[in-house]
Design a protein. Structure first.
Length: 442
């Protein structure tokens, strides 16, 4: 560093040749710190960043480890938003295909104690009415008989041990309800409108109940006893798109249940399967279609709008990973602060020499802030580059189109710089408070 003392513009007698020249240069570095008349000094930006870069390159390993925390934090920030943005369309389409097509209509004012002798909530032709709505694929009435806790036996004797299964859910459902549930048959078949109209004592078992009863096939039409009534098992279902409770239930035709007082009771519901994107509209139209005289009595349980649900899930994911990114940034900032503070303690004699040669406190503070800021900028830039590669790799593996907002990549180095400046603030102030006399006496 070259220290230059300017000429004073005042009249003076000639000085002896032995007196120091008006311009004194003391070589300490490569860039000049100019000491202006009157004791003021200034430090140019090129000088400042030149010195900071020289110190960083001198301690390469330490600088790389210091910038690692900022690199991870900024990289996690950019990668999180990039991956969630790329997955947005995929999440939306999956919600549309699965849960966004199920509607359940319930009686908002059910009769007390399950008394069905009064005004029924649903008309007898409810399924036909709902079928007229554009967007309805299937609909049907179902309810859980009694308390949902019945005894099912393989033999007529109640005392037979090993054949009784307590706690089985008994569901009465119309054929349309099974179609609306998207039930797939593992063995046998589903009952149809003919079974329902004749009130046949037939049953369809969910895969869970069938396993408990030891029934693995419906080919021979085994019988089960519900109470004192024998039912022929004509089918076993192993999967449903909607209403997973069917897999753990014994399902009988709804008119068969109506014909036997033992199977009365339970609140009736209607299950509707809609086309993708029609659930919100059908949810508003179904109560009016079923009870035009009193639509407020019915409550349609509609799945959340896929776009809203996607945004909520994306927001939760973003929040989680952004917290992790913030933690990484904090760790990186602590690392930069610690390294810069150690650097201050190691360079106390240098700081004292700079101060003795005319450097002011703000010059010393700017020097260390520049070093910490450059470390943060480098970490932010490398973190953004790494995050872009992560987003592209994940998208290629999943078959997605990578989506990265340009402002994320552009702001990543700025975030790293801000982290470095905040981390280096305390060490810089500590370095600026070092007095030349104390520093040089060490």
């Amino acid at each position: 560093m070259r220290f230059r003392q300017g000429r004073e513009r005042r009249a003076a007698t000639p000085r002896p040749d032995t007196e120091p020249s008006a311009e004194l240069r003391l070589d300490v570095g490569a860039r000049p710190l100019v000491h202006e008349p009157g004791g003021a000094s200034r430090l140019g930006l090129l000088d400042l960043f030149g010195e900071a870069i020289a110190w960083i390159l001198r301690k390469r390993a330490r600088s790389a480890l210091t910038a690692l925390g900022t690199l991870l934090g900024v990289g996690a920030f950019v990668a999180t938003l990039g991956v969630t943005g790329s997955a947005g369309a995929q999440i939306s389409s999956r919600f549309d295909a699965l849960k966004a097509t199920e509607i359940t209509v319930q009686d908002g004012r059910p009769p007390p104690d399950g008394d069905l002798s009064g005004d029924a909530a649903f008309p007898a032709d409810a399924e036909r009415r709902l079928g007229r709505l554009n967007g309805v694929r299937a609909a049907g009435v179902f309810w859980t008989v009694g308390s949902g806790d019945v005894m099912v036996r393989r033999t007529p004797e109640r005392q037979a041990r090993g054949d009784n299964e307590e706690g089985v859910s008994l569901v009465a459902a119309s054929p349309g309800a099974l179609l609306a549930a998207g039930a797939s048959v593992r063995s046998g078949r589903l009952y149809d409108e003919g079974h329902n109209a004749r009130r046949d004592p037939v049953a369809v078992l969910g895969i869970g109940v069938a396993s408990r009863l030891g029934i693995h096939s419906a080919e021979n039409q085994p019988a089960v006893f519900i109470g004192d009534t024998a039912f022929t098992v004509i089918g076993i279902i192993d999967d449903v798109r909607h209403n997973q409770d069917f897999l753990l239930s014994v399902i009988i035709p709804d008119r068969t249940a109506d014909a036997d007082p033992a199977f009365h009771g339970g609140q009736r519901n209607i299950l509707i399967d809609t086309r993708p994107g029609a659930a919100q509209l059908i949810g508003r139209q179904a109560p009016l279609q079923l009870r035009p005289q009193d639509p407020s009595r019915l409550v349609a349980i509609v799945p959340p709008d896929p776009r809203t649900l996607r945004q909520n899930i994306e927001g939760d994911i973003d929040s989680l990973f952004l917290v992790l990114a913030g933690v990484s940034l904090v760790i990186g900032a602590i690392g930069i602060a610690n390294t810069t503070l150690v650097s201050v303690m190691e360079r106390v004699p240098e700081i004292g020499l700079r101060r003795a040669l005319g450097a002011r406190k703000r010059h010393i503070a700017a020097q260390f802030l520049a070093e910490s800021g450059l470390l943060g900028s480098g970490g932010g830039l490398l973190g953004a580059c790494g995050a872009v590669m992560v987003v592209v790799a994940v998208s290629a593996f999943k078959g997605w189109t990578p989506v990265i907002a340009p402002f994320l990549v552009l702001t990543a180095p700025l975030i790293g710089t801000a982290t470095g400046l905040v981390a280096g603030l305390y060490p810089a102030l500590k370095a600026a408070r070092i007095e030349p006399v104390q520093a040089l006496s060490r």
